[in-house]
Design a protein around this ligand. Structure first.
Ligand code: PYC
Length: 317
């Protein structure tokens, strides 16, 4: 099977609270017409090799999240963005949206102010507050199930909530090992076992969607933070940032429990100690999270895909 790749692809890398985003600026595939969900289908079905080539080794790594800029389907959007990772595609990506907006500003394509960005799960609004600080108005977020008990192999029963924040999350109630880089392997192992148990026991999001993000919590250590999280992403890499969609899911659960009021700030810390500030607004009875964080551009690069390179399509060790 032929897997054509352009010889050169221009990307801009950034990080948001330590979590990297690679925005494809030139050389991405043409995904044809339609809304962002249709373009995502075209990406998955016809150009999945491009995803792997751009984010997997040797040009990328498991932790990298890619963003393909494309024509928006919804009106008045500055761009469409499809987020992808080492194993597939994300509905939305909070840290990635912050990275995309700071990258667009770096390119001189947007200035301070509010910009609409189309994603496969709906339009989000992002306000560039300065050069690096961005507030994302995420898609409506909600909890579907509270206090779900799952039997985890080698661990025992674990309880948590199922919530949507632009991706599906299981937010664990039980205390986790200390959330710190030194414990990353233990945390990964625990979260991975929970994810497998959820799948095996048929615990899903709406419409049978797999819960592919698991969020563990512990006491905060950063100034002013209300909680610290560890988020395991679909391809077994953990989010270095506090995870924008995971923070949205958390805010939805806090609101559902009456522990957070509309407009009240929730400062979410991630494993590296970086933080996102979150606020919830209520719009037509729906919880709409606002997530604020900073991104910094780290490089402008040209990826080179030599036809003779046996690893041009990317590989995972
Ligand atoms: O920030 O929403 C996020 C995210 C999802 C996966 C990695 N980061």
């Amino acid at each position: 099977m032929m897997h054509p790749l352009p010889p050169r692809v221009s990307v801009i890398d950034s990080h948001t609270g330590g979590e990297p985003t690679r925005v494809v600026v030139v050389g991405g595939p043409d995904l044809g017409p339609g809304d962002l969900a249709a373009r995502l289908r075209a990406f998955r079905e016809k150009h999945d090799h491009f995803r792997s080539a751009v984010v997997n080794e040797p040009r990328g790594s498991d932790v990298l999240v890619g963003a393909l800029l494309c024509e928006p389907g919804a009106p008045d959007c500055v761009a469409g963005a499809i987020f992808f990772n080492n194993v597939g595609y994300l509905g939305m990506c909070g840290h990635g949206t912050i990275g995309v907006v700071v990258t667009l500003a770096h390119l001189g394509l947007v200035g301070p102010g509010t910009h609409r960005l189309d994603t496969p799960v709906g339009v989000v609004e992002a306000t560039l507050e300065g050069q690096n600080l961005v507030t994302v108005r995420n898609v409506p977020s909600y909890r579907t199930r509270a206090g779900v008990r799952v039997e985890v192999e080698g661990i025992g029963p674990i309880t948590g909530d199922v919530a949507w924040g632009g991706n599906w999350f299981f937010l664990v109630h039980d205390p986790a090992p200390e959330i710190a880089p030194a414990n990353a392997e233990r945390l990964t192992d625990l979260a991975w076992r929970i994810r497998q148990a959820l799948a095996a026991q048929g615990i899903t999001g709406d419409d049978g969607h797999e819960i592919d993000h698991v969020e563990l919590f512990g006491p905060p250590t950063a100034p002013g933070a209300h909680g610290k999280n560890f988020v395991l992403c679909p391809g077994k890499a953990y989010d270095r940032s506090p995870c924008g969609t995971g923070t949205s899911a958390k805010v939805a659960c806090l609101m559902a429990d009456g522990k957070l009021r509309e407009g009240q700030r929730w400062r979410q810390e991630g494993i590296l100690g970086s933080t996102f500030d979150a606020f919830a607004t209520l719009e037509g009875g729906k919880i709409v999270p606002l997530i604020q964080g900073s991104a910094f551009v780290t490089s402008e690069a040209t990826l080179i895909f030599d036809e003779d390179d046996p690893l041009r399509l990317g590989a995972r060790p």
